[in-house]
Design a protein. Structure first.
Length: 288
């Protein structure tokens, strides 16, 4: 199971802001450990401005991380088998239903993996190439003998670090984006109280950090759209909201979702969206 990375995610956002402001952090501290009445995870000054940072991990829907354990046991070896070994110019994605791995007997897993690997090996080069972010064929339109769930394989244009990657995507029944808004909305509300203390009592610039580690169902645009809907009815808001994407082991991305009055769609300069950080270079500024 992938875990969230509170300390390093906070450090990544602080570095992003340091780069933006051309100033370094001073007086770093952990109000949560200090017993502060606004126990945010991290606080520091950048230049003359005091900042308060609060982190939360987000799931696309309830139970996703727990269900991901069985899915990784089934699909992890398949992803490893093909990741970086098919076309270097495009990306591939195997779509399966959410819960496809639930209830499978351990003895059945090797045969399912073998049949899926054989089918992907025979089918990959014949997949049509779709435009970036689109599918060229219907989802879940193929059945294979011995595989107890429908699948589909998709090949599409890719850019940056996603070129040559192979991933497994899980399709959810129901309104996926409504489920996402509900999950993010609960996390958002849970963090507002602590941040508000720093805003009202210390004149701090407050920063909410959302971390996601799901390469299958989540991307920055979907998070940004969900936050827009959530903030339509919120009176108290953090000054800034960032997304830290930690789904890959070798590179993480920091993306501003909203900074003041600027939204995700306003950040178009090089390095503003998807700023890359090596997790090995980051410091855990909190104990978690």
């Amino acid at each position: 199971m992938r875990r969230f990375n509170e300390g390093k995610a906070c450090d990544a956002v602080v570095r992003y802001i340091e780069r933006r402001e051309g100033q370094s952090r001073t007086n770093p501290r952990s109000p949560e450990l200090d017993g502060h009445d606004g126990p945010v995870e991290f606080a520091c000054s950048i230049g003359s401005q005091l900042y308060a940072f609060e982190h939360t991990g987000i799931e696309p829907f309830a139970g996703h991380i727990k269900g991901d354990v069985d899915a990784r046991k089934l699909f992890g070896p398949i992803q490893e088998r093909f990741d970086g070994k098919l076309s270097a110019a495009e990306s591939y994605q195997l779509l399966v239903p959410v819960g496809a791995a639930e209830g499978l007997k351990p003895s059945a897993v090797p045969l399912i993996q073998e049949r899926l690997i054989n089918w992907i090996s025979a089918s990959a080069e014949f997949c049509p190439i779709a435009a970036l972010g689109r599918y060229a064929t219907p989802a879940l339109n193929t059945t294979i003998d011995g595989v107890p769930f429908p699948i589909s394989l998709h090949r599409s244009e890719a850019m940056g670090p996603m070129r040559g990657r192979f991933s497994v995507g899980h399709l959810v029944q129901g309104d996926m984006e409504q489920l996402r808004r509900e999950r993010i909305g609960r996390a958002y509300k849970n963090k507002l109280g602590k941040l508000s203390v720093w805003k009202e009592s210390h004149n701090a610039r407050t920063v909410l950090i959302l971390e996601e580690n799901d390469i299958q169902l989540t991307n920055a645009q979907r998070i940004a759209d969900a936050v827009v809907e959530i903030e339509r009815i919120e009176l108290k808001k953090p000054d800034e909201i960032f997304l830290v994407s930690t789904c890959l082991d070798d590179v993480w991305w920091v993306t501003p979702i909203r900074c003041g009055n600027r939204s995700y769609y306003d950040f178009n300069e090089p390095g503003e969206r998807f700023a890359e950080f090596s997790p090995l270079s980051l410091e855990p500024v909190t104990p978690r």
